[in-house]
Ligand binder design. Structure first.
Ligand code: KG4
Ligand code: ZN
Length: 334
């Protein structure tokens, strides 16, 4: 059997990334160019700026990925790209580049869902056991996805307001940290020896949905009250209270969903999977409940093209190619 080489592109938000994946699992190259420094000045991702940066970088990143993989363009089996969801202008840059390559090289095109990519990042580590439950936590998404079998996605819970990473970034800003603030809040929470108790947002007893905007407002209230009283804001205690609330709700809902759906494996993924508090709590709880937990290495948790290649491979195996008139789908569903 001939080896397969998939070139994957990811430009849905603020990372321009290209990767070459051999036989669905082996990462021959993974190039990620982050725009974080550019967006920091604005306190968050500016869509128009993101699109322009992708245009500047895409050709370079793509060439680097091919070169580092040590293959030639003609060796490629398919070109994969994130089709959605994401920022439309940002997505378009990857989509147009992928279509152009597919057309010029006469190779199949594979449009991929960004969240399927985050979930299948776990396949770069080991084979997934089904039925599985995925907890997707990133700057744009917070979802519980039940997977009865490979390629089958059932979203059983989602955020009703802010995504968890977005809440982290807003809280970080309120206590004085730059974008993206998630890692700062995480570090502070772990170092803190005091805690500000904050509410848990459970929603209806049987709901797998999430809500983080109330918690975020509670943080802002605490910060504003301290300021009004002329006291210094206890950032560490607030970070710890916030993180404890978020982690408790995420862990409890994920475990309850695992039990109800009889899932054999829990897949943690997305940028917030880098959170130490969440990883520690989830690892401990899964051991206690005797369920298997997969977490991708940190580089494949945040946005990257290797995960898109891993997801695209499963479509490639089944010959599920995407027509060349593919469009960017900013609000694509799983
Ligand atoms: O998956 P990702 O790179 O981009 C999206 O698809 O959204 O996730 C980025 C998000 C940001 O909100 C960032 O603050 C958050 O992940 N993040 C963290 C940590 N590391 C990254 N949040 C909490 N704790 C962390 N250690
Ligand atoms: Zn993402």
């Amino acid at each position: 059997k001939q080896p397969s080489y998939i070139l994957a592109l990811e430009t849905s938000c603020d990372e321009t990334s290209a990767a070459v994946i051999k036989n669905g699992r082996e990462v021959l190259s993974s190039v990620i160019s982050s725009q974080i420094e550019t967006h920091k000045a604005f306190g968050g991702v500016v869509p128009e700026v993101a699109s322009r940066k992708h245009v500047e970088k895409i050709t370079l990143i793509l060439e680097q990925a091919i070169q580092e993989a040590g293959i030639s363009l003609n060796d490629l089996s398919a070109i994969a790209v994130t089709e959605g969801p994401g920022l439309v202008g940002a997505l378009l840059v990857g989509v147009v580049a992928a279509k152009t390559l597919a057309m010029a090289l006469d190779k199949p095109l594979i449009g991929t869902h960004h969240i399927a990519g985050h979930i299948y990042a776990n396949r770069l580590v080991q084979e997934i056991e089904y039925p599985a439950m995925a907890l997707v936590v990133s700057g744009g998404h917070t979802e519980l996805v039940y997977m009865k079998a490979e390629g089958q996605f059932q979203v059983i819970g989602r955020t009703r307001d802010d995504a968890v990473g977005e809440a982290y970034d807003k809280v970080a800003r309120a206590i004085g940290f730059p974008y993206p603030g998630g890692p700062h809040v995480d570090r502070l929470a772990i170092e803190a020896d005091e805690v500000v108790e904050l509410p848990r947002s459970w929603l209806e007893p049987d709901s797998y949905d999430f809500s983080f905007s109330g918690l975020k407002s509670a943080v802002l209230n605490v910060v504003n009250q301290s300021k009004m009283r002329g006291e210094t804001v206890n950032a560490a205690a607030i970070a710890r209270g916030f993180q404890e609330s978020v982690v408790e709700v995420l862990v409890e809902k994920a475990i309850r969903a695992m039990k109800e759906y009889g899932a054999r494996q829990l897949l943690l993924c997305g940028g917030v999977a880098a959170n130490k508090g969440l990883r520690t709590a989830l690892t401990a709880r899964c051991e206690q409940e005797n369920v298997s937990l997969l977490i991708p290495p940190l580089t494949y948790c945040t946005d990257n093209a290797a995960m898109i290649g891993a997801a695209a491979y499963l479509k490639w195996e089944r010959g599920q190619f995407t027509p060349l008139d593919m469009k960017a789908e900013p609000s694509m569903s799983l």
